[in-house]
Design a protein around this ligand. Structure first.
Ligand code: NAD
Length: 365
């Protein structure tokens, strides 16, 4: 019997709709080679939703997400100047993205930083540093810390504008993400790098205490401690030392963009944001206003997010594998989008939609 899944598709802003179109193509290609059907329902989300409805996360989109089996989201966000046209609390991240994460408690963010050996030339790092490729899974806590703490904007006693933002974590939140990270490490090389800042932040002291407690349940996993600033350096100098990394929300936001940097483009960064009941999937990057509408965005981040959705939310491992293999096949044939390095001028540069077509071709051939 055909398996059916409802997907809430939120194309978003900037390059989001361009990437979403390729995601739909690839889902339709998967349907054509497998006994599955996707009911794809589109909802407005982000800055574009604000300009249309007066809200960046409209009620109709909330209902759509509630009913869906999984949510597939394009990037959202506006350029610095465009953002100023929207009230601060309705700006895409504050008005839509954080509420989406909160609504489904998507605390576990999986961000693969992956470049197979034959594509190591895409990395801006020297060949000897990336020889053998890069394969890191960054696990970021996604619904706690500074981004979700209380924020108070006021004027202090000296009459100066001031702001206070709270960084909050409780032990249950830390425990939950630690279990996710240890389980991921168990399925890989059984080495977990814990990224923290316990030399300065008390939140990191608690983070590390809870890590030690959870670690007793996973005696086979070797834990390696690294301070966040040192982790940034190490990711550039020797990324191959890392396998699974776990970190709190803001550290993960920053280090995972560094991950995109060492791969060669944020366009190579898909992600899964998993909660107890529902997950949503999105490229790790933003809406790239600088290239929006040009048809040159790299859809790998979105198609990789589709592959993660098929695997994690629907258990369609074979279909998920087909998408990864198809993309590797396209890159392997020397075909890329314009964001990726072409040091020897040997690659064929194609547009977003053409890349999607090639992936479809590889899936269906
Ligand atoms: P960005 O991630 O949008 O872009 C950074 C650089 O990477 C740009 O040069 C862009 O062209 C390039 N890039 C990103 N994705 C690419 C792709 N798929 N293919 C090729 N090149 C790509 O970061 P930004 O410019 O700082 O932010 C733009 C907007 O996105 C802001 O409003 C920001 O708040 C928002 N944002 C949203 C999310 C999200 O939706 N989860 C995440 C990060 C930033």
């Amino acid at each position: 019997m055909t398996k059916k899944y409802t997907v809430a598709l939120l194309p978003g802003d900037g390059i989001g709709p361009e990437l979403a179109a390729e995601a739909v193509k690839v889902l339709r290609a998967v349907e054509s080679v497998s006994d599955v059907a996707f009911d794809i329902q589109t909802g407005d989300f982000g800055g574009s939703a604000y300009f249309k409805h007066g809200h960046s996360f409209p009620e109709a989109t909330k209902q759509l997400c509630d009913k869906a089996d999984a949510i597939l989201k394009g990037p959202i966000g506006l350029s610095f100047e465009e953002s100023k046209k929207i009230p601060v609390d309705e700006q895409p991240e504050r008005g839509a993205l954080l509420p989406l994460r909160k609504r489904f408690n998507t605390f576990a963010n999986f961000r693969p930083v992956y470049l197979p050996p034959e594509l190591a030339h895409f990395s801006p790092l020297k060949p000897h540093v990336v020889e053998g490729g890069i394969d890191i899974m960054m696990i970021r806590e996604l619904v706690g810390g500074l981004y979700f703490g209380k924020k108070i904007r006021s004027v202090n006693e000296a009459g100066k504008r001031q702001v206070i933002e709270h960084l909050e974590y409780d032990e249950d939140q830390i425990k939950a993400i630690m279990h996710v990270a240890f389980q991921e490490a168990m399925g890989r090389k059984k080495v977990l790098h814990n990224v923290h800042k316990s030399n300065v932040l008390k939140s990191s002291v608690l983070w590390n205490e809870v890590l030690e407690e959870v670690a007793t349940e996973y005696p086979e996993v070797e834990v390696k401690q690294i301070i966040v600033d040192a982790a940034a350096t190490a990711l550039v100098i020797n990324p191959r030392q890392f396998d699974v990394m776990v970190m709190e929300n803001m550290f993960g936001d920053i280090l995972s963009d560094l991950g995109g940097g060492i791969l060669g483009s944020l366009g190579l960064m898909p992600s899964a944001c998993v909660g107890p009941e529902k997950a949503y999937y999105e490229p790790s990057h933003g809406s790239a206003p600088d290239i929006a509408g040009k048809g040159i965005a790299n859809p790998y981040s979105m198609l990789g997010s589709v592959a993660m959705m098929l695997d994690k939310s629907f258990g369609l491992k074979t279909e998920s594998r087909k998408i990864w293999d198809a993309m590797r096949h396209v890159f392997g044939a020397g075909i890329t989008t314009a964001d990726l390095r072409d040091p020897e001028g040997k690659l064929t540069i194609i547009k977003t939609a053409e890349f999607g077509d090639k992936v479809v071709e590889a899936i269906t051939k």
